[in-house]
Design a protein around this ligand. Structure first.
Ligand SMILES: *[C@@H]1O[C@H](CO)[C@@H](O)[C@H](O)[C@H]1NC(C)=O
Ligand SMILES: *[C@@H]1O[C@H](CO)[C@@H](O)[C@H](O)[C@H]1NC(C)=O
Ligand SMILES: *[C@@H]1O[C@H](CO)[C@@H](O)[C@H](O)[C@H]1NC(C)=O
Length: 506
């Protein structure tokens, strides 16, 4: 074999092996308002250093994708805006996991100004020469964003700079956005790179986003009961959103239904009518299944109405969330945790799953933890076993170590007065895959069955739904001072909206 083939084979092996053994690297999160990580691309981390220089280059992410390191007194090193300009080609499907990053793509790079007294970029526009921005001071970058093709003109980047003395803080971040919907919080559209990137049989718009100023800075919200002793949670399950709009499911009139717009119109109505204190997303926010494409572009659709109303929210992951997209599950949860009004946390890294966390709800008038909200990751698919190959088709479950962590953390809470007696806070647990107990016979009071709502799906015997564990473990841990989990909330069943009572034998 020739040397070129050996090198090629070695490279393919290296990519495959490094992909499977590579733990996702957490983007470091800086302090708001400080000049941090000027060599990292982290578009939701507040950053007040304006951009100094921008360029466009092609590269292959698998073999590294960076420009020669320069750093001088004026500006930091080149930082790559991590989404390709040519379109959302990333996919994660089974064996294709190794190829989740595009092989080759065109990317925007920038350098941040380090010194406060240097020239900075105050405006950026992606457009064609025919539609170049009006007004003085615009300069066209030599490197093309999208080369000329038969059906479209070349798209360039136009940049306007200002001297250090100008009052304008400047452009502090760029992002590439797929789809026509809401941009990332704090960002605005800075032009269309392509109006119709072909993805399967559909067309996707690819845009450039820019942020002026340091970005949205919202401190982590604190949850508190209302003075009347209530706390209202709105649960939103199984949105299944993608960059490309999915067809509506489970509706009478599929022909006239627009999945994103009609779902969001309904959610806006609920938010206005119910005025919840918290929104809980119980998994499968992203469609996965080869079509989510880019979590960063899709998520603003469903978080924007909450941010606009300043409503705190928590997510848990479903089985589909990490099936396709750019991020690993850890990166997904880090991204969700950085969004405004989010109470998401990646959780202890040693545990099964990502996003095992707790959130206290405090009493109305003092800082006693009155209730605890728990979020556990019920995983995606059951681990593949050589001895039981059929099991890979089943769902994962809440593992022993997650249950132990929950019990340990719950029992470590102080006993405080709650009304007439002293107890630890009772809890409410959010998971995606239903517990098997969701299919148990509800309690009865004479002829009256303690069940409300409707149930159209009854598949209660697949994968995680067979694994009893947490319900019994919590019940065993209960005593007079530890009420345990009082409410278990799940998603996953698209056509069920029921709630049943199971008395725990304390
Ligand atoms: C910006 O970067 C380009 C490409 O590397 C370079 O040609 C140009 O001189 C830089 N401009 C400044 C102001 O550093
Ligand atoms: C959804 O609504 C937006 C804004 O009103 C609109 O631009 C878009 O075309 C709508 N989507 C569909 C599929 O009609
Ligand atoms: C805090 O407030 C709650 C609810 O109003 C009350 O039950 C509890 O006794 C208070 N705790 C303290 C330490 O004041």
């Amino acid at each position: 074999m020739s040397a070129a083939i050996w090198v090629g084979l070695f490279w393919v092996l290296f990519v495959a092996v490094s992909h499977y053994f590579h733990a996702p690297i957490a983007p470091r999160v800086g302090q708001p308002g400080r000049l941090v990580d000027i060599d990292q691309y982290a578009p939701l981390v507040p950053q007040d250093a304006p951009l100094y220089n921008i360029t466009v280059a092609s590269c292959a992410p698998h073999i590294g994708c960076s420009l020669p390191r320069v750093m001088d007194d004026d500006a930091g090193p080149w930082v790559r805006v991590d989404r390709p300009l040519s379109g959302p080609t990333a996919r994660k499907l089974g064996v294709w996991n190794a190829f989740d990053k595009p092989w080759y793509g065109r990317f925007v790079f920038y350098r941040r100004a380090i010194r406060p007294d240097t020239v900075r970029i105050v405006d950026v526009r992606a457009t064609t020469v025919q539609q170049k921005p009006e007004g003085p001071g615009w300069q066209r970058l030599h490197e093309v964003l999208l080369p000329h093709r038969a059906h479209h003109a070349a798209v360039y980047l136009y940049v306007r700079t200002a001297p250090a003395s100008a009052p304008d803080m400047g452009v502090t971040e760029l992002s590439v956005h797929y789809g026509h919907h809401t941009p990332l919080p704090g960002f605005e559209f800075a032009g269309t790179i392509t109006a119709a990137y072909r993805l399967h049989s559909q067309k996707v718009k690819v845009s450039l986003l820019l942020r002026r100023g340091p970005g949205v800075q919202v401190s982590r919200p604190t949850l508190r009961f209302r003075p009347d002793g209530t706390f209202k949670i709105l649960q939103i399950a199984d949105l299944h959103f993608s960059v490309l709009e999915e067809p509506c499911r489970d509706v009478v009139d599929r022909a006239t239904c627009q999945s994103h717009n009609h779902t969001m119109a309904r959610i806006e109505q609920w938010l206005d009518a119910e005025q919840p204190d918290l929104v809980a997303f119980t998994g499968d926010q992203w469609n996965g299944q080869g079509s989510s494409w880019d979590e960063r572009s899709t998520t603003p659709i469903w978080v924007e109405p909450l941010i606009r109303r300043k409503i705190p929210w928590i997510p848990v992951f479903g089985n589909h969330d990490s099936e396709s997209g750019f991020f690993s599950r850890t990166e997904q949860m880090q991204f969700l945790a950085q969004l405004p009004y989010s109470l998401a946390e990646v959780g202890p890294s040693a545990l099964h799953g990502t996003g095992n966390f707790q959130v206290p709800i405090y009493a109305a008038t003092n800082d006693t933890e009155a209730w605890t909200l728990w979020a556990l990751d019920s995983g995606a698919n059951a681990p593949f076993s050589l001895w039981r190959p059929w099991q890979s088709a089943l769902y994962d479950w809440i593992h022993e170590d997650q249950i132990e962590w929950l019990l340990r953390t719950m029992r470590a809470k102080p006993v405080t007065p709650h009304g007439s007696h002293a107890t630890r806070p009772p809890g409410l647990l959010f998971v995606h895959i239903p517990l098997p107990e969701a299919w148990d016979t509800p309690d009865k009071d004479g002829d009256h069955e303690w069940v409300v709502g409707w149930r159209q799906e009854s598949a209660g015997s697949i994968g995680g739904q067979l694994r009893r564990g947490i319900f019994d473990a919590v019940q065993r841990a209960q005593d007079a001072e530890t009420p345990g989990i009082r409410v278990y909330v799940h998603g996953h069943m698209h056509n069920n909206g029921d709630c049943l009572m199971r008395r725990m034998d304390v």
